[in-house]
Design a protein around this ligand. Structure first.
Ligand code: FE
Length: 333
């Protein structure tokens, strides 16, 4: 090979490898914590050679950052929890519509945006937790029934500032109407026995310690606490099994509006809805896979099967402003 030819070949190789390096690195902004995303990304990198770098932060700062960065954002994918947050990201114009047959096959429509801008990746039920020492589960039935006077001075709730409760309230409004939902919330607030908690774990500990008998929490917080304390005197109850079913929410993701590598980002997102990734993504946080073909982990399955509400989780976003106002009116702090 002549010297000139050799130089040409080398520079071509160099330019190819720089293209390759770019195409093989994705940037993710995630409000889901590092230890919950890293195992999934590691497997993807192992299988595809695509590197994933990410930053984690609260959903509000990440959305503000995406908005401020605009077209200059390095982020290709945004991961967060709760349909209420994903819906907000969509409203803020931070995401792009994705049309993917694979995602539509893997994830039921009720856990995706109709626009294709985000999809659920794991499911969490927001359900009733009760003291196994002071509550006969036969006396439990529905979310609405926790507003009855029989629960006066026995109920604990988390703050209404948390999106989980805003989403729950939004679905109550959708199902029961504004006045019906207001009546329920009024009853709950009247039954409170302690000030609202800042997180679900503190609420579960309060039930365990005897401060209250019953509350409403996300299932994975119960799972974590049960792992830490197998003697926990708290159990989960699945409400509304005779009617609409348990309130279920998602963690999920969307490709950013200004993704530098939208096609690569879609491939990652599609892969995350598949069996291998689903088992890990849900398993590490004791959640349910959003892909119904994938079984939950053994410890999650041990909580028992239940009927889940089939309402589209988009309602959580659409009715979020109403929910916040209603909770405020009824004195839910
Ligand atoms: Fe959480």
């Amino acid at each position: 090979m002549s010297l000139i030819r050799c130089v040409v070949a080398l520079s071509l190789a160099a330019s190819l490898s720089s293209t390759f390096a770019q195409a093989n690195e994705l940037v993710v902004y995630s409000s889901r914590q590092e230890h919950l995303i890293q195992p999934v990304f590691d497997l993807y990198t192992e299988q595809t050679g695509v590197k994933i770098s990410y930053i984690t932060d609260g959903e509000a700062p990440l959305m503000a950052r995406l908005r401020a960065e605009g077209a200059n954002t390095p982020a290709d994918l945004f991961i967060t929890v709760d349909a209420g947050n994903l819906w907000q990201a969509e409203q803020m114009g931070l995401l792009r519509p994705v049309k993917s047959d694979l995602i539509e096959t893997n994830i039921p429509a009720q856990y995706r945006a109709e626009s294709g801008e985000w999809t659920g990746l794991s499911l969490r039920a927001r359900t009733v937790a009760y003291s196994t020492e002071r509550v006969d589960p036969a006396t439990l039935s529905t979310y609405e029934a926790l507003a009855d006077s029989s629960w006066h001075g026995r109920l604990c709730l988390r703050t209404s500032k948390k999106v989980y409760n805003q989403s729950l309230t939004a679905t109550l409004i959708e199902t029961l109407g504004t006045e019906g939902a207001a009546e329920v919330i009024r009853g709950w607030v009247g039954n409170l026995t302690t000030p609202v908690f800042s997180d679900d774990t503190a609420l579960l500990q309060a039930i365990n310690a005897g401060q209250c008998d019953v509350g409403i929490v996300n299932t994975y917080y119960f799972g974590r606490l049960q792992n830490a304390d197998p003697e926990l005197k708290v159990a989960l109850f699945w409400p509304n099994q005779e009617d609409r079913g348990v309130h279920v929410n998602i963690s999920g993701a969307g490709v950013t509006r200004h993704a530098k590598q939208p096609d690569e980002a879609i491939k990652l997102l599609e892969w995350m809805t598949g069996p291998e990734a689903q088992a890990i993504f849900a398993g590490v946080n004791q959640e349910f896979p959003a892909n119904p073909a994938v079984a939950p982990s053994e410890e999650v399955a041990a909580w028992g099967e239940f009927k889940a509400d089939t309402i589209n989780v988009e309602v959580a976003g659409r009715r979020q402003p109403e929910a916040i106002m209603l909770m405020d009116r009824e004195g839910w702090n």
